[in-house]
Design a binder for this molecule. Structure first.
Ligand code: ACO
Length: 433
């Protein structure tokens, strides 16, 4: 709490209220409005939460005007350049980078928990072969509540930590199993000798008929993408996890809800939508035509992978991924006309009044799909890839909230429906106009 206060006067009653200003360690000042309703009888109205801070958090800092993203104080650029994904996971969960002993112990714990109960594989087999991987992921992760619920006391910090580790460890196993189910391939069990990203690639692409060797370029690229997706403060899916968690629900149910929120095309589903869009545009010569459609309010077409609620200058993750696109394609000896098309769309947008005025820039999802495609990951799996990285953020926020005093999340509304009226019997009712 800072010394600053905001004075609110209600002209109707002539009452004045002092609202305290909450100051974080950095970032914009925030008014604490908790006393507004009890004192003056007013709620606040902020659909989409564009001006609302829902909690205090120590985990991730974003400055949308300056394009800054930091996990626990460390700039995303430094983590992307130097860290392994599990190092970042440890940082997000515990607040500090691990020492080598702590890292070895954490990696061993995660590796130890990567296998799923065999009955979960039966569960996956129950899905139709063409079920969307996000539907499978959300359903199967939710079902883990049934596998572990009896033993889970969410008030016990050790049990919470174990659930968090299980979720980080098992998410890639389930995601890969969803893909294999679609392909009609047998289950690939996690190999403990591999690291987190290598193990995922092995579970995705190895087949019993021949030896599979993980390409280190692919593993390095995945490590980077998982880091960039790991957390992003109170985005829609993380807020969902926190809201569900605020009721004391089982963590697997909370993360299942987070997966459902992530799937939407306005959020994590955008990476799949971007690639579909690039394929639909097809050729650089059509870029101008589609940009015109994106600006036309009568056309539902939007430039997917563009725009962000918080970033109004540039998304630092997009800058890193754009560069990585070139490097990965070059190292894999591939070229992709979709990258040229994406660059052309970005170029047009950066000079176009519509996009400049609205501060619309490429977001994390604009370029990520081009890398996933180069690694052989099918478009329908893109959001599941995002989910693997973001699981760390979800469980870090769930742990943070669970360990601190919190109330159930319960917003109010501005009611716009019918006012009080009398019940009429069915014979007396007339059809409404
Ligand atoms: N293409 C065309 N116009 C756009 C786009 C876009 N991608 N994004 C925003 N706009 C326009 C809106 O139509 C609106 O114009 P108006 O002021 O004339 O009405 C203005 O820009 C502001 O947009 P809002 O929708 O109000 O912005 P909001 O903060 O609510 O939404 C969002 C942000 C959902 C990311 C939006 O920009 C969007 O839909 N982008 C495409 C989907 C996408 O890439 N999502 C991934 C986000 S990152 C992530 O979750 C990982």
């Amino acid at each position: 709490m800072s010394d600053r206060k905001l004075l609110v006067t209600d002209p109707a009653s002539d009452q004045t209220l002092e609202l305290p200003v909450v100051a974080g360690s950095e970032g914009d000042p925030t008014i604490d409005i908790a006393k507004l309703y009890p004192s003056l009888g007013y709620f606040t109205f902020d659909p989409g939460y564009g001006s609302t801070a829902s909690c205090q958090s120590d985990i991730t800092f974003i400055d949308g005007q300056q394009g800054i993203l930091r996990y626990r104080g460390y700039p995303i650029e430094q983590l992307a350049e130097n860290a392994s994904f599990l190092e970042v996971a440890y940082l997000l969960l515990y607040g500090e980078l691990p020492t080598s002993t702590q890292y070895a112990e954490f990696e061993r714990d995660i590796t130890y928990h990567t296998m799923v109960h065999e009955k979960i594989n039966n569960f996956i087999n129950g899905f139709h072969y063409d079920a969307h991987p996000m539907a499978i992921l959300s359903g199967v992760v939710g079902s883990m509540a049934a596998f572990y619920h009896d033993k889970l006391d969410v008030k016990d910090p050790e049990q919470r930590e174990l659930a968090a580790k299980r979720l980080i460890a098992k998410m890639p196993t389930i995601a890969a199993a969803a893909y294999r189910h679609h392909m009609g391939w047998p289950v690939a069990y996690p190999r403990n000798s591999l690291d987190y990203s290598e193990r995922f690639l092995d579970m995705m692409f190895s087949v019993p008929a021949e030896q599979y060797t993980v390409n280190p370029v692919a593993a390095k690229a995945l490590n980077l993408l998982f880091i960039l997706h790991a957390d992003h403060e109170q985005n829609a899916s993380t807020s969902t996890v926190r809201l569900v968690g605020s009721t004391g629900a089982n963590p697997y149910a909370c993360v299942s809800a987070g997966l459902a929120a992530l799937w939407g095309p306005a959020h994590g589903g955008a990476n799949e939508a971007v690639l579909n869009m690039l394929n639909e545009i097809g050729d650089i010569s059509k870029a101008g035509e589609f940009m015109a459609r994106a600006k036309d309010k009568n056309d539902p077409f939007r430039l997917m992978g563009f725009g962000h609620r918080v970033y109004k200058n540039f998304d630092p993750r997009a800058t890193i991924i754009r560069q990585a696109c070139y490097e990965v394609l070059e190292e894999l000896g591939q070229s992709d006309p979709l990258l040229d098309l994406a660059m052309e769309l970005e170029k047009i947008a950066l000079e176009d009044e519509y996009f400049v005025e609205r501060k619309l820039y490429p977001n994390v999802d604009f370029y990520s799909g081009i890398i996933y495609k180069a690694l052989g990951i099918p478009t329908s799996m893109f959001t599941a890839m995002f989910a693997i990285g973001r699981t760390v953020g979800w469980v870090s926020h769930w742990l943070e909230q669970s360990a601190s005093a919190h109330r159930i999340g319960r917003p109010r509304q501005v009611y716009t429906g019918a006012t009080a009226r009398e019940y009429t019997s069915i014979d007396d009712r007339k059809p409404s106009a």
